[in-house]
Design a protein around this ligand. Structure first.
Ligand SMILES: [Zn+2]
Length: 81
């Protein structure tokens, strides 16, 4: 029996990239900063696909991936993605 499939900080939430990048309470202040930065370059609420895959606009995708990387570095979670 293992609990590795659940978030380390939110025991009832699955430990998924989407939870880590968009929902985990442990990183709330960093989520706010990330979503604020993303709101400048995205006209819609960013999805996990936006954060990890970039998009058809190369410049927008590059900026988004950089912001995602910054979030992961600030939260010390870069090794998990
Ligand atoms: Zn969590």
């Amino acid at each position: 029996m293992t609990d590795s499939l659940l978030c380390h900080w939110c025991p009832i939430q699955p430990d998924t990239p989407e939870h880590l990048l968009l929902h985990c309470h442990r990183h709330h202040s960093h989520h706010v900063a990330l979503l604020h930065s993303l709101s400048v370059i995205h006209s819609h609420w960013p999805t996990l696909t936006d954060l990890l895959d970039g998009c058809t606009n190369t410049n927008q995708g590059f900026k988004t991936l950089n912001l995602t990387r910054t979030f992961l570095k600030k939260t010390n979670q870069l090794h998990r993605i």
